[in-house]
Design a protein around this ligand. Structure first.
Ligand SMILES: N[C@@H](CCC(=O)N[C@@H](CS)C(=O)NCC(=O)O)C(=O)O
Length: 239
């Protein structure tokens, strides 16, 4: 059994989708990050970085007791290696899959996060930051569009953890004023992925993104802001 420490965001849905896709049994443990559920010392022992998602595998393939994994890219790779699925066996395609996975977790994800922060959460308006991160996101989406214009999936012929890493972000694009419809290959490939039963289950019910995380202009109390970006988040790593 795997414990999935989760909040309903694109990063969280990457893992619920991968678990649904592979059929590994898991228990969903839902956190409210506005309320600071992720700042406890107990969660810090699972993820020293105090961010979601994280998993604890109570039956890791290498034995030795429960194993915790944090960072969505590392979790996806762990699930793929544990099950022998969602990563091509062919070494060349496997390398391509890991390149796109890394591109998402190191590029598209963080740039989208910063665009979202400056557009939706910053207490003041910083035009330079909004322009910088929005333009960088558009550039990255153009890179994605070119790839999906030449291949069915990011790794080539096979659906992999690279697609699972990229796909959930499409729901967040709207909140940073980006219309995925402007990227026709991406839109077409994403629509097909969205029809997969495991993808539908992986973002259903308690795995859905709560409306309060999707507000165009987030309204947080001072305590909620502190949990996400301020003193409470910063002191949690010292507890
Ligand atoms: N690089 C991390 C990012 C994790 C992350 O930023 N998680 C967000 C939710 S999507 C979070 O926990 N935010 C809570 C906070 O920053 O206080 C990953 O890919 O797992």
């Amino acid at each position: 059994m795997i414990d999935l420490h989760f909040t309903g965001t694109p990063n969280g849905q990457k893992i619920s989708i991968a678990l649904e896709e592979t059929g590994l049994p898991y228990r969903l443990i839902n956190y409210d990050i506005f309320e600071g559920d992720h700042l406890t010392p107990a969660f810090g022992r699972i993820n020293p970085n105090h961010k979601l998602p994280a998993i604890v595998d109570h039956d890791p393939p290498f034995g030795g007791g429960p194993h915790a994994v944090f960072e969505s890219g590392a979790i996806l790779q762990y699930i793929a290696e544990k099950t022998g699925r969602l990563l091509p066996k062919d070494p060349r395609q496997r390398s391509v899959a890991l390149q796109w996975l890394t591109w998402q977790v190191a590029g598209l994800g963080p740039m989208g996060g910063q665009a979202s922060h400056f557009l939706r959460y910053a207490p003041e308006r910083y035009d330079y930051a909004i322009r910088r991160y929005t333009l960088e996101m558009q550039r990255l989406l153009t890179v994605l569009e070119r790839r999906l214009g030449e291949a069915d999936y990011l790794a080539g012929d096979e659906y992999s953890i690279a697609d699972i890493a990229v796909w959930p972000g499409r729901s967040a694009a709207g909140v940073v004023n980006i219309d995925i419809g402007q990227y026709p290959h991406t839109h077409r490939r994403f629509s097909r992925i969205g029809e997969r039963p495991a993808v539908i289950r992986g973002r259903d019910a308690e795995r859905a993104i709560p409306a309060k995380y999707m507000q165009q202009q987030a309204r947080l109390t001072p305590e909620q802001w502190s949990n996400m970006f301020g003193e409470r988040m910063h002191t949690a790593v010292n507890l």
